[in-house]
Design a protein around this ligand. Sequence first.
Ligand SMILES: Nc1ncnc2c1ncn2[C@@H]1O[C@H](COP(=O)(O)OP(=O)(O)O)[C@@H](O)[C@H]1O
Ligand SMILES: [Mg+2]
Length: 254
Amino acid sequence: MDVKHVILILSGKGGVGKSTIAVNLASALSSRGFMTGIMDLDMHGPNIAKMLGAEAAVLASYGKKMQPVTITGNLKAISMAFLLEDAASPVIWRGPVKMVAVRQFLEEVDWGTLDVLVVDLPPGTGDEALSISQLAPNILGAVIVTTPQDVATLDAAKALSFIRQSGIPVLGVVENMAGMVCPHCGSGIDLFGSEGGKKLSERESVPFLGSIPLHPGIARCGDAGRPFVYGDKDSEASRAMARTMDAIMAIISG
Ligand SMILES: Nc1ncnc2c1ncn2[C@@H]1O[C@H](COP(=O)(O)OP(=O)(O)O)[C@@H](O)[C@H]1O
Ligand SMILES: [Mg+2]
């Protein structure tokens, strides 16, 4: 495929916010004028379609190529969700089949010319992560997403070391779900502890890309198919999301 930069979004643990970061990054990039693709490689739990408000879309194919779903003029998406008959159908595949699917998503999709492809992965270092790291061209690097909690940073360290062993640069660590403000009394709650992602980045000598708090708006936007970067601009959470996306885009722009 014809793409300048591929960015992998990876974590050790599930549910830490990879898909949320992937969707917001892809939206931020496309709104800045980058021709952007987002590839959902979470075959068993594809969330990108819903998070982009494109649940009803199905893939068309012309000739030999599948057409990605156009989200906006310069944002295109591909996901298993677009290939399943209904949202509740499970995908039951062994490793080699996943590798074929990853290759098809790269080679048999009519992406056109992309500036950036954002790849949303399932948690951990299984077949999907291995296949994309071996098959994708021009991988700029991987963003590691974690919560501040030890059980998340421990697993994130494994993902980070997998990326290093694959010879792929680690772009940095995003700490998500880092504290929240009680809507009733206004005081802070460190639900998953604090600074775990920052400490991980220091231990591993990789850039710290930002810390995003827990915020009901982020969860709501995900379900509503509206990326949070376009949500309310007045909360600390939206400023934190914007700062984090800016830090990643600064790396992409070189
Ligand atoms: N900072 C946040 N504040 C509130 N909810 C969040 C935040 N980040 C993610 N979520 C929600 O948490 C859940 C898990 O996030 P998701 O991006 O799907 O994680 P992953 O892709 O790592 O499994 C989703 O329902 C998402 O909307
Ligand atoms: Mg996900």
